[in-house]
Design a protein around this ligand. Structure first.
Ligand code: NAD
Length: 485
């Protein structure tokens, strides 16, 4: 297993590793055992200014590099990421806690986002219509914006930064990245490999820190656009404050994803699917399944099998083979989750699997897979995002009630139906309010060539990340009408 020397991570500004001038420093523990693996500085406004200045200085020449040439550099980056797959996965497990299997899956999803960015010559292409009037042609061309900032959460330290900077940079922008202060190590590795691929200095800059760095980027006049992924209250704050500063913003926010299980589902696959969606990555996924609305006719059978299979899941250090549920990110988060489990009991839900005190050898921040039955929509465990391996089951009469209840959630990121009926699936697709819909798939996270975003308070903005939305977000259009004499 990978071990690293516990050092203070550095910012990367204008092609160089530099010490942050921030005075505050936080410890980064391995969530599986609490041992310190690194220290992160909370960078200052001065660091934000330096990084943004470097990105602004790199922009005029970088934006003029021909699009295919920009794309070729990304091909080199892609190769380096592939070559370092295993080390990247091990760093993710070390600082985030998710199992190595989940971390390897994340590395693959990040690589797919870079694959998308290598297609920028096709994706950035405009439209043209000759002869819109006699002797006059019309066309649309896309141009980069300038300096873009990316702010990312702890739960996908590789995939989410890679949703942002490769595509933004391929479109001709320069970038300032602020990853989660709880997972800063992988960010450094992503930047190291980026510069090994041959990019000119200042194109990508990394500033470690917390909310002061975020607010510094929001207020900085040279930042044209902000890509944000994180919790709902912070997404709301970033969207409102950055748009009021005149910036373009996409802010992907919190979630509470629901599955509807109908009597005609494939029972075995549904049970396995729900287990993977609810408990892998310890439920710390914006696409985790947190609620199942199960039809009365099949509820006892489904819950019986789900409980039986869940009791077999091993909890422990994600770096050790065979563990399915790794630790939560911090002790404080574990305490918050335990409080939610307590509230579920107090509010009258039936605790069918109790993960509060899992049998484990490791000393980290663990909560085992937990299942509540007979959950009602007025309970906190139904309403709030727990971001934990805690699954709520609501019993419903039929599909209509399942859809009606699911649509009462203030979140609307993903939703899934398990059924053998095409008609039911069609009705679900039409009536469910969710940005990403699954039919007999466990986690309906779209591939990178589609866009990724939710509805309601799960998303603030107009254009999601990835796919054509991502390219539109990172470019502005000019519509040209031309006549020649
Ligand atoms: P978070 O909101 O705490 O942090 C996200 C980023 O915002 C971090 O870089 C952090 O430093 C910064 N930040 C935190 N508090 C801030 C404040 N008060 N002002 C300004 N900036 C602040 O989120 P997290 O705990 O790191 O990540 C988990 C959350 O992210 C969950 O809610 C999850 O659903 C969400 N998420 C959403 C998606 C999606 O696609 N919708 C994907 C992944 C994660």
């Amino acid at each position: 297993m990978l071990t690293i020397k516990a050092e203070k991570v550095k910012n990367h500004i204008n092609g160089e590793w530099v010490e942050s001038t921030g005075k505050e420093i936080e410890e980064i523990p391995n969530p599986a055992n609490g041992k310190i693996i690194a220290y992160v500085p909370l960078s200052s406004k001065e660091d934000v200014d330096r990084a943004t200045e470097a990105a602004a200085a790199a922009y005029p020449s970088w934006s003029k590099v021909p699009v295919p040439q920009r794309s070729r550099l990304l091909y080199s980056y892609l190769e380096l990421l592939k070559k370092n797959k295993e080390e990247l996965a091990q760093i993710i497990t070390l600082e985030n806690g998710k199992t190595l299997k989940d971390a390897r899956g994340e590395v693959q999803r990040g690589i797919e986002a870079v694959e998308l960015a290598t297609s920028t010559p096709s994706l950035m292409m405009g439209d043209a219509l000759p002869s819109i009037a006699e002797g006059i042609d019309g066309s649309i061309c896309r141009y980069p914006l300038g300096v873009v900032a990316g702010i990312t959460p702890f739960n996908f330290p590789m995939m989410i930064p890679l949703w942002m900077f490769p595509l933004a940079i391929a479109c001709g922008n320069t970038f300032v990245l602020k990853t989660s202060e709880r997972t800063p190590v992988l960010a450094g590795k992503l930047v190291e490999l980026f510069y090994q691929s041959g990019f000119p200095k200042g194109v990508l800059n990394l500033v470690h820190g917390g909310k002061d760095v975020v607010n510094g980027l929001i207020e900085h006049p040279d930042v044209e656009a902000i890509s944000f992924v994180g919790s709902e209250p912070v997404a709301n704050h970033v969207y409102k404050s950055a748009t009021s500063c005149g910036k373009r913003v996409q802010a992907l926010a919190g979630a509470k994803n629901h599955a509807v299980v109908l009597p005609d589902c494939n029972m075995e696959k549904t049970v396995q699917g729900v287990i993977g969606a609810a408990f892998a990555s310890s439920g710390e996924r914006c696409m985790a399944c947190s609620v199942v609305a199960v039809a009365d006719d099949v509820a006892d059978e489904f819950i019986g099998k789900l409980v039986e299979e869940t009791n077999k899941l091993k909890v422990g250090d994600g770096a050790k083979e065979g563990n399915f549920v790794g630790p939560l990110i911090r002790e404080q988060h574990r305490q918050r989750v335990l409080d939610y489990i307590e509230s579920g009991i107090t509010e009258g839900a039936e605790l069918r699997v109790d993960g509060r005190d899992p049998e484990i050898e490791d000393e980290g921040y663990f909560v085992g897979a937990t299942i509540f039955d007979h959950v009602q929509t007025d309970m906190k465990i139904w309403q709030d995002e727990l971001f934990a391996p805690v699954l709520s089951i609501v019993r419903v009469k039929d599909l209509e009630e399942g859809i009606r209840i699911t649509n009462q959630s203030r979140f609307a990121n993903g939703a899934v139906i398990y059924t053998g009926s095409g008609k039911a699936a069609q009705q679900f697709r039409e009536q469910i309010d969710a940005g990403m819909v699954g039919i007999n798939v466990n986690v309906p996270a779209p591939m990178a060539f589609f866009s990724f975003a939710g509805n309601k308070v799960s998303f603030y903005g107009d254009l999601g990340t990835n796919g054509k939305d991502g390219v539109q977000f990172y470019t502005r259009k000019k519509v040209v009408t031309e006549r020649w004499f």
